[in-house]
Design a protein around this ligand. Structure first.
Ligand code: TRP
Length: 337
């Protein structure tokens, strides 16, 4: 086996991915795949913690996988797979449930937020969501977990549960570190730059989807909320412009000051139109490759089958250890199917 450090991350197939997912997470995944042994999962079991149409879920699951490949994740370098294909996730989650306290899950802010939105329909699955995420991460003995700031609390509970289990028995799990991009890395809504860009926003003009056409992208940037100051500058009063500058620098890699000085004396219209052009250029090959892949379902199946096999081998090893430690009788026989 390689002595590379292990990375695990997952994205929920809860809709088309946005420019925020891409610049905030996916683009980074690609940079990490040379240096680390990476597992990138499409977490379909997490997606059903809130009501989902089966047809939509199937479509979105393949779409996220296609997006993974289209942005440059290489199935020969990284393990790309679908969570429900590796039953060890559910099996480990059950065991870890028995090492997790009701109170600690009740304190999860994402649970509190999501249950407010789904009042009258709060399932045990939504409550237990973090434990499934803990299982995802610990199964692969991940050292690092690239996630957004909103997942920090889930990473903390992962570390707590790993340590608790290790202390109760003997060292079993690697205690992972979060790998959270610096502040300012977050892409905000184009309609309200105080909130995160999200595909579940009811206002379609607030987000850019990886599948958006050039015309859609141009229109959405034209309508992006700015301010009445009329000067391209970086400060906390001009959050809309700050967000657009963030998108600009993430795509070109230029320093913000250099971009700002280029727009001295120029209005927002030109700036917005240039940002739109950059985004259109950046997303064009991704959209085209994703569309191509989604028409080649056999190829996608080959990728996720191979990924599941690799993931299964790694996950089983951890699961066996855990089962043994808690006192389950080793399963030395095979059940005929
Ligand atoms: N909860 C994560 C999110 O919504 C997705 C996720 C599930 C995940 N399992 C994971 C992320 C394991 C990192 C590691 O963004």
């Amino acid at each position: 086996m390689s002595d590379k450090k292990i990375i695990f991350s997952g994205i929920q197939p809860s809709g088309s991915l946005t420019l925020g997912n891409y610049l905030g997470a996916l683009k980074n995944f690609v940079n990490l795949q040379e240096e680390y042994n990476c597992y990138y999962c499409v977490v379909d079991m997490h997606a059903i913690t809130v009501p989902k149409e089966p047809k939509e879920l199937r479509k979105n699951t393949l779409q996220v996988l296609a997006n993974y490949i289209a942005v440059g994740l290489d199935p020969d370098k990284s393990t790309l797979f679908i969570q429900s294909h590796v039953p060890a996730h559910a099996e480990l989650a059950w065991i870890l449930n028995c090492f997790t306290y009701f109170g600690e899950l009740g304190r999860m802010t994402q649970f509190k937020d999501k249950s407010k939105k789904n009042e009258g329909n709060i399932t045990v699955g939504l409550f237990d969501y973090p434990v499934l995420m803990v299982a995802d991460i610990l199964l692969y003995q991940a050292d690092l977990v690239p996630v957004g700031e909103d997942q920090r609390q889930h990473l903390e509970i992962t570390r707590d549960i790993a340590q608790r289990f290790n202390n109760r028995f003997s060292p079993t799990f690697t205690v992972p570190e979060p790998y959270i991009p610096k502040v300012g890395a977050k892409i905000m809504s184009l309609q309200d730059p105080t909130i995160k860009m999200s595909k579940s926003d009811t206002n379609e003009n607030s987000f850019i989807l990886l599948s958006d056409s050039p015309d859609d992208i141009r229109r959405k940037f034209k309508r992006a909320v700015t301010d009445s100051l009329g000067v391209v500058a970086i400060n906390e009063e001009q959050l809309g412009i700050k967000n657009l500058l963030g998108i600009y620098t993430k795509i070109t890699g230029e320093k913000i000051e250099d971009i700002v000085s280029r727009y001295e004396g120029k209005g927002y219209a030109e700036f917005k139109s240039d940002v739109a052009d950059l985004v259109i250029e950046e997303l064009k090959p991704i959209r085209e490759k994703s569309e191509y892949l989604l028409k080649n379902k056999d190829y996608l199946e080959e990728i996720y089958a191979k990924g599941a096999q690799k993931a299964e081998n790694a996950a089983r090893k951890t699961l066996r250890k855990v089962q043994k430690k808690v006192g389950f009788i080793p399963k030395t026989f095979k059940i005929q199917q």
